[in-house]
Design a protein. Structure first.
Length: 130
């Protein structure tokens, strides 16, 4: 089983990739803006730590200050904010106390989701005395 495209297919794709450079550049800028907006909103939650990564459309906020299992936080975000995130334990022992979310979304829908996420996380912090 091959896990990569055959060499002939890679050569066929070169012109397509070159022609799409303006679109790819524009999309990278859009994602960069979404990342910055997401980090800005999430940093409004006092106990939360978030370090953005440059090569991905995901954030991995640290929620360990809550003292709650990441599965419980993820469940609350689904229930109260209507946003599905991946609990950190799914990414190994170092992921515990985190959750992963993808910000590669429609900007307007994502802004509304971020507001619901931060509202839910702030409420969780208050419940935990933070």
């Amino acid at each position: 089983m091959a896990l990569r495209a055959p060499a002939y297919a890679q050569h066929v794709l070169v012109p397509w990739l070159r022609e799409d450079l303006p679109w790819v550049g524009s999309r990278v800028e859009d994602l960069r803006a979404l990342r910055e907006r997401s980090v800005e909103w999430l940093r409004e939650v006092d106990y939360l730590t978030v370090q953005p990564q440059a090569g991905t459309a995901y954030l991995f906020p640290d929620i360990s200050a809550l003292g709650l299992p990441d599965q419980e936080v993820a469940a609350r975000l689904v229930r109260d904010a209507g946003v599905l995130v991946s609990p950190g334990y799914q990414f190994g022992p170092a992921g515990r106390g985190h959750f992963r979310l993808c910000y590669a979304r429609d900007e307007q829908q994502w802004a509304a989701a971020l507001k619901r996420i931060t509202t839910t996380l702030k409420a969780l912090g208050k419940e935990q005395g933070l």
